[in-house]
Design a protein around this ligand. Structure first.
Ligand code: MN
Ligand code: MN
Length: 479
């Protein structure tokens, strides 16, 4: 009798509780292989594409390889079901689509992620010399803990554009033979006062200056004055290699990012550590999910769209950010160009705002609500709302749409978890979801949980990356 009651109770709890398992448990050999394959392609992507511009270059090439046509080279005006198109937005964001059998007016299924990450940008007049050291002055981009960016190897990425519009791409510090750069920090022996400061002031924004040289120009007569010979030598090197002068920094876009490569983390290799998981760990599976559908024999029912935007980390403004009209214009193209049809398309469309979530960190348990947070290894995280201080600035997805997305994942045996970003009033954040919501479409934030988010070396779980990839495929097919 007692045994029977216990069994009955277990069944009832199975039925009523939402129990999250660790997704590694019970994994079969075939899936294990697929997880590793995805992780390996993702690590390659991370190492090749450390900036938004490099992402667009790598992604365009991959789209082309998979039969997607740049709309600028498109011959015919009308789009036919099964056609695969993409648009490169000023080399810094990208939109891709597969035309569905149904009209886009009936709604598209959309995945939207971002490809910019926190980093250090060069100022317009960055190069200076002090005490025989040459340094670059920076202005950080996005939300960072400034002290995390000192004493690590950094690499230099970006473009110079000359007066004739000729673009020169720079990438120094990622090849094994390359030099790297770094930002110094005060030795502990003299840091008594510094160590008393609060963390936001330990290293201040103006102190994030990158060390770039220490060797004076050999011939002092070439300098005129005896001053700034180290700076002169650096400019001479840059001029010889890239043809640039000091003035050219004013228009350049140069970003400093961590120089280290993406690596497996842990003795069990279950995780990936890298710069820029936010938001490449959602952008990559979103892109691959679209490409996977593009390789099907028949056209999808609805039109499928993948939007990889720039400028999310600084509020999505700017002409390559999600607040610009590119997203609307691209959907308008799918609708056939009628403004009224586009409005209907917005209302009927479903979108996943594919962005990372903060994973529960046992070292900082006090800021997380364990019941509502996401965990490494427990699948894709769904954030009904983001924002801060009373959901301020959140798009707060509808119950109806949340239920629809959850049902899709459940049907496909893909575990999803809850994604509230920390305890109430402990902080917060935003994504591109609200700009899609502004258009009137259904949109829900969901993606991979990340440890040490916005640090130079963020950590994710390979199994979450895989679950997210499968979830994005299912969403594109079934939403
Ligand atoms: Mn993000
Ligand atoms: Mn971010």
């Amino acid at each position: 009798m007692a045994k029977e009651t216990k069994e009955k109770k277990e069944k009832l709890s199975d039925k009523l509780f939402y129990k999250l398992k660790n997704c590694w448990e019970g994994i079969d050999k075939k899936t294990e292989k697929d997880v590793e394959e995805l992780a390996s392609s993702y690590k390659q992507f991370l190492n090749m594409a450390k900036t938004e511009r490099e992402c667009v270059d790598v992604i365009s090439a991959l789209l082309e390889k998979n039969g997607f046509v740049n709309i600028d080279t498109l011959k015919q005006k009308t789009l036919k079901p099964g056609m695969k198109i993409y648009q490169n937005i000023r080399g810094k964001s990208i939109l891709a689509a597969i035309v569905g059998k149904k009209s886009a007016i009936e709604g598209c299924n959309i995945l939207g992620a971002h490809i910019d990450s926190p980093r250090l940008d060069l100022k317009q007049n960055p190069l200076y010399e002090d005490s025989d050291l040459a340094l670059f002055d920076t202005h950080y981009y996005g939300g960072i803990k400034k002290y995390q960016w000192t004493t690590i190897p950094l690499s230099m990425h970006g473009v110079f554009v000359n007066k004739d519009g000729k673009k020169t791409a720079i990438r120094i510090g990622d090849d094994p033979d390359d030099p790297v750069f770094t930002i110094t920090d005060l030795l502990i022996h003299l840091a008594k006062e510094q160590m008393e400061k609060k963390a936001s002031l330990v290293v201040e924004g103006e102190d994030l200056d990158v060390l770039v040289g220490s060797r004076p120009y050999p011939d002092s007569s070439a300098n005129g004055s005896e001053k700034e010979k180290v700076k002169l030598a650096i400019l001479d090197l840059l001029n010889k290699k890239y043809g640039i002068t000091e003035k050219d920094f004013a228009s350049a876009e140069i970003e400093f990012v961590p120089a280290f490569k993406a690596s497996d983390v842990g003795l069990d290799r279950s995780m990936i550590g890298s710069y820029g998981h936010d938001d490449r760990c959602c952008a990559w599976p979103a892109l691959l999910a679209l490409i996977t559908h593009g390789n099907e024999k028949t056209a999808p029912a609805k039109s499928l769209v993948c939007y990889l935007s720039d400028k999310e980390e600084i509020g999505s403004a700017g002409n390559t950010g999600a607040r610009a009209l590119h997203f609307e214009n691209f959907l308008n193209l799918l609708c056939g160009g009628d403004f009224a049809d586009l409005r209907k398309c917005f209302l009927n469309s479903s979108m996943l705002s594919a962005d990372v979530d903060a994973a529960f960190d046992p070292a900082y348990a006090s800021v997380f609500d364990k019941k509502n947070g996401s965990f490494l290894g427990k699948g894709i995280s769904l954030s009904k709302y983001t924002g801060s201080g009373g959901k301020y600035g959140a798009s707060d997805a509808n119950a109806e749409f949340c239920a629809k997305v959850q049902a899709i994942f459940d049907r496909n045996n893909l575990q999803w978890q809850f994604g509230e970003l920390g305890k109430v009033d402990k902080g917060g954040g935003g994504t591109i979801a609200l700009y899609a919501a502004h258009l009137g479409m259904d949109v829900l934030d969901c993606g991979v949980p990340v440890l040490s988010m916005h640090s130079p070396f963020e950590v994710i779980s390979k199994i979450d990356l895989y679950t997210t990839y499968k979830a994005y495929i299912a969403f594109l097919r079934e939403a």
